[in-house]
Design a protein around this ligand. Structure first.
Ligand code: 4NP
Length: 163
């Protein structure tokens, strides 16, 4: 999960997807990063921590780090939370950039619309709640897709076992 600062949007995305994956029994390791290093080592923004906590998710132990090209080696899937973030990922990754691994997060919910998760950094608390809801809906969809795939794979295995 990648945004610009790794203190507002992507820490929420990390916390939400990790929690939903855990609850669905998926053994996923979800992490986040930012394309700039202004906040490296910082905890998530206090309003991101607050909205997460209000929704039962604790993100306070996360620390910001900068996205690096090697993330394309270390992760199966990379989500950019906005188009400007995607541009920066491309710039940082250079020849490691792998279009098959990276997508805009909101395209999982609205394929092809290339929607951004808006940056709440310059705004007030309601913006953080709006961002939480957007990210939560798309993470729900990611888990739905993953568990549907698991169910259909399970059916194939079950069918094979019957033969
Ligand atoms: P984020 O928000 O990308 O959602 O973490 C931002 C936080 C800080 C800055 C930009 C965006 N900044 O320029 O410091």
């Amino acid at each position: 999960m990648v945004c610009l600062g790794n203190i507002c949007r992507s820490p929420l995305a990390e916390g939400i997807l990790q929690e939903r994956a855990f609850k669905a029994g998926l053994n996923w390791s979800v992490e986040s990063a930012g394309t700039n290093s202004y906040h490296t080592g910082d905890p998530p923004h206090h309003l991101s921590q607050k909205v997460a906590r209000l929704n039962g998710i604790d993100i306070c132990s996360q620390r910001a780090r900068r996205f690096v090209a090697a993330d394309f080696d270390n992760y199966d899937k990379i989500y950019a939370l906005a188009g400007d973030v995607m541009d920066e990922i491309r710039r940082i990754a250079k020849n490691k950039f792998d279009a098959s691994k990276v997508d805009l997060l909101m395209n999982e919910l609205y394929p092809g619309r290339d929607m951004d998760v808006p940056d709440p950094w310059y705004g007030e608390e309601p913006g953080y709640h709006d961002v939480y809801k957007m990210i939560d809906r798309v993470c729900e969809k990611i888990i739905e897709n993953a568990t549907a795939n698991r169910a259909s794979t399970g059916n194939v295995e079950a069918t094979q076992n019957l033969k």
